[in-house]
Ligand binder design. Structure first.
Ligand code: NAD
Ligand code: DAU
Length: 367
């Protein structure tokens, strides 16, 4: 039986991954370690939080004694490391937290895993595995042609991607130097349920619903490769269980889109959904929502294009994206419409008050 530590499990991908993991491995023990920063949300784990074999610890991955106590108490033999500061815009205005969490936090986890799993250079914890979840942004920006492969040279352009690149290099070094059993994945842009409403997709959906201006950076022609979050979770699970040690796997949706095209498509989907679901009184807007698009000043150092060649994980682990972009987007739009309370509570600050009164004391007791 595995005892899996999921860092950042209360965040967007982390919460989706925990749900996926529970469905695939109900026998495994799952411990989530999450600091519950502004991006973490304990409500994202509502479906699993009371299940036997699930354990939540509120804490910081840079807190070495805490990480040590979790490894010892839970006999951790697998790590899925998702905790990170993840938003590029925030890394531009405040890079320090990114260095602390993404670099020092990863270092703390690697050191602890090394202490527990290795002895005199040999692996004493047989079958132990450390999955490091990273991003395609470490490769920098593409021109109009070409794809990122696992062999593409690193060229990070934002403080966020520089810290993720730093963490990737540390993970690689712990494999080559110490023999730590690591696997790294580098994934493209995710979208889906529970994504914090600062990222493009949920921000556009919510602003379109509310009839608020939709900010598009620069000329809107920057291209991202979009992957529905459940497909990413499947890739992470396969990499954790079956990935070759020391290898990296690129994960992507084979679904390149210019930002402006995505924004236009979301606007039309919301127009249709509001009409079809009879929600016009709740979400009034007397013109097509495309008219809400507002071009704003570009993000400094804005990477022009990302595109992933995911043929390695397809060939070696039998993974491929199951959801088309249209299908994933429709599911996402429907989820945000059905879960208005979730995002309203976050945007109003009510979630933080709710969290303190409902979970604060209990989480302090547990951690
Ligand atoms: P997120 O910002 O939604 O969630 C991050 C989680 O980490 C939050 O729950 C937060 O509370 C927690 N956290 C932050 N600092 C912490 C710390 N010091 N200690 C413990 N917990 C801490 O991020 P996400 O979008 O879910 O991304 C998860 C991972 O996947 C990140 O490593 C990110 O780099 C990577 N990734 C994200 C995407 C994407 O499109 N979102 C794509 C590729 C890779
Ligand atoms: O590529 C993977 C990365 O994708 C992850 O590693 C990051 O954690 C994740 O945040 C995401 O980074 P991006 O910078 O690509 O995502 P974001 O949603 O912030 O922006 C997507 C694109 O949309 C980008 O080109 C900037 C643009 N944008 C974004 C926002 C928030 C806008 O035009 N307007 C906006 O308001």
């Amino acid at each position: 039986m595995r005892s899996i530590l999921v860092t950042g499990g209360a965040g967007f991908i982390g919460a989706n991954f925990v749900a996926y993991l529970r469905s695939k491995r109900p026998d495994a023990r799952v411990t989530v370690l999450d600091k519950l920063t502004y991006a973490g949300n304990i409500e994202n784990l509502k479906a699993v939080e009371k299940e036997t074999g699930f354990n939540f610890v509120k804490g910081d991955i840079t807190d070495a004694p805490l990480v040590e106590s979790i490894f010892a108490k839970e006999a951790i033999d697998a790590v899925a490391h998702l905790a990170a500061e993840s938003h590029v815009d925030r890394s531009i205005t405040g890079p320090k937290a990114f260095i602390e969490t993404n670099v020092l936090g990863t270092f703390t986890l690697l050191e602890t895993a090394k202490r527990h799993w290795l002895s005199d250079g040999a692996l004493k914890a047989h079958g132990a595995r450390f999955l490091h979840v990273s991003t395609d942004e470490v490769y920098g920006s593409l021109g109009d042609e070409g794809y990122f492969t696992e062999k593409t040279a690193y060229s990070p352009n934002s403080p966020y991607s520089a810290t993720k690149a730093g963490s990737d290099h540390l993970v690689r070094a712990y494999f080559h130097t110490y023999g730590l059993p690591v696997i790294t994945t580098n994934c493209s842009n995710n979208y889906g349920q529970y994504q914090f409403p600062e990222k493009l997709m949920p921000l556009v959906i919510i602003n379109a619903l509310k009839g608020a201006p939709i900010p598009v950076y620069g000329d809107g022609r920057n291209v991202r490769d979009w992957l529905y979050v459940e497909d990413h979770c499947e890739a992470l699970y396969l990499a954790l269980e079956h990935g070759a040690l020391g290898e990296t796997y690129n994960v992507g949706g084979r679904s390149e889109r210019a930002n402006i095209d995505i924004v236009r498509r979301v606007c039309s989907m919301i127009d249709e959904a509001v009409k079809d679901k009879g929600l016009a009184a709740l979400y009034p807007c007397d013109k097509p929502r495309e008219s809400l698009i507002t071009f704003v000043k570009d993000r400094p150092g804005h990477d022009r294009r990302y595109a992933i060649d995911c043929s390695k994980i397809e060939a070696q682990l039998g993974w491929s994206p199951r959801h088309s972009f249209e299908d994933g987007l429709q599911r996402t739009v429907d989820w945000y419409i059905a879960n208005r309370r979730w995002w309203e509570r976050i945007l109003s600050g009510e979630y933080m008050r709710f969290y303190e009164s409902n979970y604060g004391a209990r989480l302090k007791e547990r951690s």
